[in-house]
Write a protein that binds this ligand. Sequence first.
Ligand SMILES: NC(=O)c1ccc[n+]([C@@H]2O[C@H](COP(=O)([O-])OP(=O)(O)OC[C@H]3O[C@@H](n4cnc5c(N)ncnc54)[C@H](O)[C@@H]3O)[C@@H](O)[C@H]2O)c1
Length: 370
Amino acid sequence: MIVGIPKEIKDKEFRVGLTPGGVGQLVHAGHRVIVETHAGEGSGFSDEEYKAVGAEILPSAADVYSQAEMIMKVKEPLPSEYQYLREGLLLFTFLHLAACEELTRELMKRKVISVAYETVELPNGQLPLLTPMSEVAGKMAVQIAAHYLEETNGGRGKLLGGVPGVRPADVVIVGGGTVGTNAAMVALGMGAHVTIIDKNLDRLRYLDEILHGNLTTLSSNPLNIATAVEHADVVIGAVLIKGARAPKLVTREMISKMKPGSVVVDVAVDQGGCVETIHPTSHTNPTYLVDGVIHYGVPNIPGAVPRTSTYALSNATAPYALELANKGFVRAVKENPALAKGVNVYQGHVTYKAVADAFGLPYKPLEELL
Ligand SMILES: NC(=O)c1ccc[n+]([C@@H]2O[C@H](COP(=O)([O-])OP(=O)(O)OC[C@H]3O[C@@H](n4cnc5c(N)ncnc54)[C@H](O)[C@@H]3O)[C@@H](O)[C@H]2O)c1
């Protein structure tokens, strides 16, 4: 198969679809890998390093897209990239379609075989391609919140961990999955008081066992969320309903009761966000104010630490890319149910129910099309 790796063009997105190590695995298996020039530079990989493992370097995105049978990316295609999407092209990347009707319709119209990293799902419910980026984003969410909490950055001037004799900051994390757990680990490590809210009581039991420090766990209901948010210095949104738009659990009214200069980092913004007042921002302009509360809504947080994130993502995606390239799309998804769950759009149909439901589009199970 011919596998293409274009340069990412989202604002300050420094990750790349595969490391030279991952590319080398594909080349070793007999595939042709074409990489857009400078695609890896943001992550510290030169064109020469890709050439050394057998990749070809092409001068433009147009060249890569037109020759490739499978495109491996990090973020969803942006409108300027839609022109490259054609019938039968296999697109393997983060898509987050439930948050973007326009892209969903483009992929349908252009009959792109669209496999989303974030919905590849193992039989035990784990999301092996989302997890590494959620680990990064969860850890970063606390760094980001600590930064904006500083008076000099517009915050209320509170040190996350406090000092002896002074209360630490209150960090409320809504959703105790991968993002939530990683955020909690860092916040607890810094000495903050952390409240994790989740609807899954078994998950809360587990977190109560493994996390140590100044931790409270709370069952998710509107009253618990409202009370916790009102007293929070930091709220981190970390809820996920697989493939679907995030539920708005933190309402505008709750935000209006927060103290001025407190910080909301809604990591779930890529799926629409679980805070009513959040909207997507960018690394260039990451924050805005609502009722004096700092809102941070960057949907590609791990793009800021590419020398960690690209390795973490590529480690996880490379085996699936290899399977798609070795077997071809149809055999790969027939033999690997985890990969089949990643298919969001195929032959012009939405094949992921939560995405179809998000926009009232017809849903077609993948099995009926194979
Ligand atoms: N902005 C970014 O750069 C970035 C990076 C990585 C991940 N993400 C996003 O972060 C979000 C969380 O990802 P994750 O990997 O932690 O997901 P996850 O599936 O591991 O965890 C989600 C948690 O939400 C909980 N939840 C669901 N409904 C709830 C409710 N009503 N109340 C409270 N909790 C509820 C679940 O029980 C689960 O524990 C996703 O939208 C993901 O795409 C964003």
